[in-house]
Design a protein around this ligand. Structure first.
Ligand SMILES: C[S@@+](CC[C@H](N)C(=O)[O-])C[C@H]1O[C@@H](n2cnc3c(N)ncnc32)[C@H](O)[C@@H]1O
Ligand code: SF4
Length: 369
């Protein structure tokens, strides 16, 4: 598996360098590309804004193919948006297309469709990470949040993936969990760590509940009560327990930035900045070709049916957004966003570090023009 080509390495270092000054015009291409493969879903999770999307559909294979120059430079490509990626009829072809560029590739899934043939495809094409979204460790709470799914069915799919990996003697894909932190499920986080240990999960990413309050989503106001407070002793104790269990099990537990210990900056030299990093490193490509700076923004940066990604990346909308963020004129979407990323010691950077430790760069870098 080759992920670190010369083109990619150059783009990565350029982007790291540019994120010291945060220019409005970028020389580097996006490091992280989200391809919202489909907005259709087989579940109706209580906190998810999907049901309220105005338009739903599947990304076309041609659109994915048109992104190949960007994949060749990116560090990581995510094959999900809001919707269940494994429902896409051509998901296998999409995976095959992305894997041709040797970029690290990952996606989040509700885990209900991890059938043997899909799992074989993920292994064949060396998908790097599969993140299973699990918001509870017991069936009653799990199925009350993830409406339409049962915990045992998801765990069965994960066992299938682990078995097939063992048969194929493959280290990929690595498994992760994603847990949306809410008042109602916080107490089950320690038990989730134990579940992760049992199912070969190396990373648990705990994320804050995003309160989608735009007109095209419908998360109601009272969801604000589900937001977990940093200053509660119960919260601190529960998280401390989960951390201890994770450390003992050798699992990396990634908590939202607001629960971190107040460290300023990160080891790679990126200072914490008072604005979100996303517009300098990420693009979110919707199924219909519209490009957004992240999954939470409704501000369209351009349309891939009319313009190439590299032109959109440095187009007027992106330049204006970057300039506004830098000068404190924060757009409404960004001001309301709870998952703002203000430093680079985040999950994606961690994934990159993990990749380096796990292997594709080990035993000598593989340089390819
Ligand atoms: C929208 S889902 C799409 C992928 C797939 N269907 C799944 O459930 O993993 C991507 C991630 O967003 C999370 N999510 C859903 N609603 C959310 C919300 N209101 N705030 C934060 N994350 C949310 C899900 O738990 C999941 O991990
Ligand atoms: S499975 Fe994913 S996309 Fe579907 S409703 Fe749940 S969180 Fe939303």
């Amino acid at each position: 598996m080759r992920t670190f080509t010369r083109k990619r390495a150059l783009n990565f270092s350029r982007n790291q360098f540019e994120r010291m000054t945060f220019p409005t015009l970028m020389r580097s291409w996006p490091l992280f590309i989200f391809c919202a493969t489909t907005t259709r879903c087989n579940l109706a999770c209580t906190m998810c804004p999907r049901e309220h999307l105005k338009q739903t559909g599947d990304i076309s294979l041609d659109l994915v193919r048109s992104l190949q120059p960007a994949f060749e430079r990116a560090a990581l490509v995510f094959l999900h948006g809001i919707g269940e990626p494994l429902l896409h009829r051509e998901f296998k072809e999409i995976v095959a297309c992305v894997s041709k560029t040797n970029v690290a590739r990952a996606f989040n899934t509700n885990g209900t469709l991890l059938t043997r043939d899909r799992v074989e495809c993920l292994i064949e094409h060396n998908v790097t990470y599969v993140t299973v979204s699990i918001d509870a460790a017991t069936e009653p709470l799990y199925s009350s949040i993830r409406r339409g799914a049962h915990l045992e069915g998801v765990l069965e799919g994960m066992r299938c993936l682990n078995d097939e990996k063992a048969k194929a003697n493959s280290r990929w894909p690595k498994l992760a969990f994603e847990f949306v932190l809410m008042q109602q499920n916080m107490s089950e986080l320690p038990a989730l760590v134990l579940l992760a240990r049992e199912h070969g999960v190396g990373v648990i990413r705990v994320i804050d509940l995003i309160l989608h309050s735009h007109e095209d989503s419908g998360i109601e106001e009272d969801w604000a009560e589900q937001t977990v407070r940093v200053d509660s002793e119960l919260v601190r104790n529960t998280l401390a327990r989960a951390r201890r269990l994770a450390t003992d099990a050798g699992i990396t537990l990634v908590l939202p930035e607001r629960f971190s210990n107040g460290r300023r900056g990160s080891r790679n030299g990126h200072a914490r900045v008072p604005f979100c990093h996303e517009p300098w490193e990420t693009v979110y490509v919707n199924f219909d070709g519209k490009v957004f700076p992240c999954c939470a923004s409704t501000e369209c940066m351009g349309d891939l049916k009319k313009t190439c990604l590299d032109v959109i990346w440095n187009g007027d909308a992106y330049q204006r957004l970057r300039a506004n963020l830098k000068s404190g004129r924060v757009p409404r979407d960004c001001a309301e966003c709870t998952s703002r990323r203000t430093r680079s010691a985040t999950y994606r950077t961690l994934m990159m570090k993990r990749l380096a430790a796990w292997g594709p760069f080990k035993g000598g870098l593989s340089w390819k023009a």
